[in-house]
Design a protein around this ligand. Structure first.
Ligand SMILES: [Zn+2]
Ligand SMILES: [Zn+2]
Length: 66
């Protein structure tokens, strides 16, 4: 169903702002890490190891968010 790689910004599930504008405290919902936290498609925040483990991607399409 996916139509290629459109760069849609994911929104924060708490404040509903796009990731760039979100000012919520950023920490991983799984392990409470605060390193390299990015919002994923479900509106929750994950660190790199958890994104990789769960196969979640950032809005950039890479689990590491580079
Ligand atoms: Zn937010
Ligand atoms: Zn984590």
């Amino acid at each position: 169903m996916s139509s290629g790689t459109t760069h849609i910004k994911f929104r924060c599930g708490q404040c509903e702002m796009i990731e760039d504008q979100c000012e919520c405290d950023k920490f991983c919902v799984l392990c409470q890490s605060q390193l390299d936290i990015r919002i994923c498609k479900d509106g929750l925040m994950y660190c790199v190891p958890c994104r990789t483990a769960c196969d979640y991607k950032t809005s950039d399409g890479d689990p590491r968010g580079f």
